[in-house]
Design a protein around this ligand. Structure first.
Ligand SMILES: Cc1ncc(COP(=O)(O)O)c(C=O)c1O
Length: 443
């Protein structure tokens, strides 16, 4: 590419200027805005995206981490092509949706029964509703820094200073029964449950804290929460919208060996098309059966739930993962570990304090001490984090500033080597050294 800041091509800036006249802030998801302006992506394939000026970037944002097989994988494109002439939306049930449901049932330990919807935000909202109805209690213990989408219940304590609603228009009383607890801190969860005075419906968390810093839970923390939930008579709910099918075929619950009562899925499960899934034990999910005479819990779907395109893309993806899982997951693991270690080594050699957290294919570099939770992560040098992401974009690697990255099955060993080399070049530049270092990572 030969340019230092390829996203500064005229087209991305021009499109962003137009976008600002149409969309609030020029974006359709707050996470997508970054300084100086977002790149306008024209096309994507495999591990690559191209902007409107034709600049190529190796992508580690991967559609908000939804694309475990990379962009437009052949297996999904082929399946979608054959579905397209047979209907894009039925608005009824179909064999396809049952097959996708059965596939999830076979893989995700807690998924005895489920409901499909269209986004993760919907799934987590339904999950809260089900937990409250099933337990007949109100309080949800939510982890500080946990992001569960834009629903009203859970849009609190996401960003520092963590002690207020995320924006105007959400009434404090709408979140009156949400209690905060610190990630990876059992005592904090216990305190929150005590404050709930027997009114806790669920402890709700991401097993790998995502937006809060890409921080994996400690195993003893998750099993401790399981015990705590059982002792307190509340449910344990995992938001596996990022970790589902990513940190292991059966998600974090399989990897950690801790089975929640309820879980939300999304992203990877839709094979690149919109989906949310709320799943869990049969006795809880069966409350959503509309033929019930008593105790019915009203949750969606919606107009586009179980649409045949999402079902087709999801099925093609999950079947591919099932067939290739013994090869694919160890490879993602190896790449993730090489990237995390390589980046940390590069910064450490340049005398810059940095720690790359994550699990499996997930990663995020923190400029500051190693964080154990979102409160720690909030103390990172955010300016450095932004400069790092922008510097990487400038060298043809796409990271969304301030967000975790994800490796896909489409990434190659040379991409990981290149990522580390480019990180090292930036580290050396920052350290004021000559840019002649070339890191080699063996994946
Ligand atoms: C852990 C987690 N939960 C929920 C959501 C919300 O999903 P969606 O954006 O599909 O509404 C996200 C989205 O990034 C997420 O990362």
């Amino acid at each position: 590419m030969g340019r230092t800041h390829p996203w500064r091509g005229a087209s991305s800036k021009e499109i962003f200027e137009r976008a600002k006249q149409v969309f609030a802030g020029g974006v359709n998801h707050n996470a997508r805005y970054f300084r100086p302006y977002p790149i306008a992506v024209a096309r994507a394939r495999g591990e690559n995206i191209w902007d409107e000026d034709g600049n190529r970037y190796v992508d580690y944002w991967m559609g908000h981490m939804a694309l475990l097989l990379g962009h437009s994988p052949e297996v999904v494109v082929r399946a979608l092509r054959s579905q397209l002439p047979n209907g894009t939306h039925f608005g009824t049930s179909s064999r396809l949706s049952v097959e996708l449901g059965e596939e999830i049932q076979e893989t995700v330990p807690c998924a005895e029964m489920m409901r499909f919807c269209n986004t993760g935000a919907e799934a987590t909202m339904y999950l809260v509703r089900l937990a409250r109805a099933f337990t007949r209690k109100r309080v949800v213990v939510k982890i500080t820094g946990g992001w569960h989408g834009y629903n009203t219940d859970l849009n609190v304590g996401v960003r520092p200073p963590f002690d207020r609603v995320e924006g105007k228009g959400i009434l404090p009383e709408e979140q009156a029964h949400i209690r905060a607890a610190r990630f990876n801190d059992l005592d904090s969860a216990e305190r929150a449950l005590k404050q709930a005075r027997g009114d806790a419906a669920a402890i709700f968390l991401e097993p790998v804290l995502g937006a809060g810093g890409c921080i994996p839970a400690e195993k003893k923390y998750l099993s401790g929460l399981r015990d705590l939930a059982d002792r307190s008579g509340c449910l344990l709910a995992f938001d596996e919208i990022i970790t589902g099918y990513r940190v292991a075929f059966g998600g974090a619950q399989e990897r950690y060996g801790v089975r929640p009562d309820l879980a939300s899925l999304g992203k990877v499960v839709g094979g690149g098309l919109p989906i949310g899934v709320v799943c869990g034990s049969k006795d809880i999910l069966s409350r959503a059966d509309p033929s019930r005479k008593t105790g019915f819990v009203s949750i969606g779907g919606g107009t586009f739930s179980e649409n045949p395109l999402t079902m087709t893309a999801g099925l093609a993806t999950l079947r591919y993962l099932r067939k290739n899982r013994t090869r694919l997951y160890p490879r993602l693991e190896k790449f993730g570990s090489a990237l995390r270690k390589g980046v940390d080594r590069a910064f450490s050699q340049a005398g810059v304090e940095a720690h790359t957290t994550g699990l499996g294919s997930l990663f995020m570099t923190h400029f500051g001490p190693l964080p154990a939770n979102a409160e720690d992560s909030a103390k990172d040098d955010a300016g450095r984090g932004h400069d790092y992401a922008i510097g990487m974009i400038g060298s043809g690697v796409f990271l969304l500033p301030g967000h975790p990255g994800g490796i896909s099955a489409a990434h190659k060993e040379r991409d990981i080597d290149d990522f580390v080399t480019k990180s090292r070049n930036l580290a050396l530049k920052w350290a004021g050294r000559r840019q002649n270092g070339k890191a080699k990572v063996t994946c």
